[in-house]
Ligand binder design. Sequence first.
Ligand code: C2E
Ligand code: CA
Ligand code: CA
Ligand code: CA
Length: 284
Amino acid sequence: AKSAGGNRFELADPVQDARAITRHGLTTALPAALARGEFFIEYQPLVNLGDGSVRGAEALVRWLHPQHGILGPDRFIELAEHTGLIVPLGRWVLEQSVWQARQWQERHADAGPLRINVNLSPCQLTHPGLVSDTVEILERVGLAPHSLCLEVTESALIGADDDLLKPLRRLAEMGVDIALDDFGTGYSNLANLRRLPVSVLKLDRSFTQGMQQFPADPVDLKIVEGIVALAHNLDLAVTVEGVETGAQAEQLRELGCDTAQGWYYARPGPPDRLHQLALADATG
Ligand code: C2E
Ligand code: CA
Ligand code: CA
Ligand code: CA
């Protein structure tokens, strides 16, 4: 409902306005939602393609909205970026995720240290507190830096100057892994990769989608094969996302990809799910 002129109860076209009202409503509700604890995190396993073991998980944030139910990040991350709330929200996600990884490691001393991947928005990259907040959280929680991987999208780093790369370089020197997320969707100069402090390429889902049909598109296969060869030559590990079938997983393993993520293994879920999956493959 929109108030127009003197008539406060005049109704606007509900279909036309629903989206705008929701966007505006969601934007103004964000800060209180963070304060009230309406956000939560789901974890999606990252699986070693070589032996099928669970190596860790990616943290994916959700909003349990009191009226709209569970909202995915596509509904609110961009809004949080516009208002700057992404900085405290991102810090909260980082702290929760680091704490969760520490919990997993304590419960699985022998399963090999489970690692945690956390998405970083471009706004967090330019925020001066990024390095000090990250160091502070890792130290306070007691998680080793090499158990953390920060995912930055390829598009956030396109044309990045040294000022933008400096905090990532500092984190990489401390042992934090940096992954180039959604790789292959931007237009990065492949030679430029050497300049970036990244240790993981995360191949975008669009590549795995090309392998959905059988037989897979031979051009897609060639492209992935080329990217894997380039990445390994540069000492980068390759993670593939959006793996939905066993046939895709097998093909990606044959192409030399290192790590996989997708519905074939597990949907994003609560932290105990990951614990159970990791435990299952450590014992059987
Ligand atoms: P992303 O980083 O590319 O994350 C992967 C997305 O693919 C997730 O969507 C995940 O649920 C989905 N996915 C995983 N496996 C499959 C599969 O096999 N098939 C298909 N079709 N989809 C799959 P989600 O959770 O909706 O997240 C969307 C995006 O929101 C993420 O894309 C990421 O860019 C952003 N995001 C999520 N959490 C955070 C966060 O804490 N901070 C920031 N800045 N961004 C976040
Ligand atoms: Ca990601
Ligand atoms: Ca991605
Ligand atoms: Ca993606």
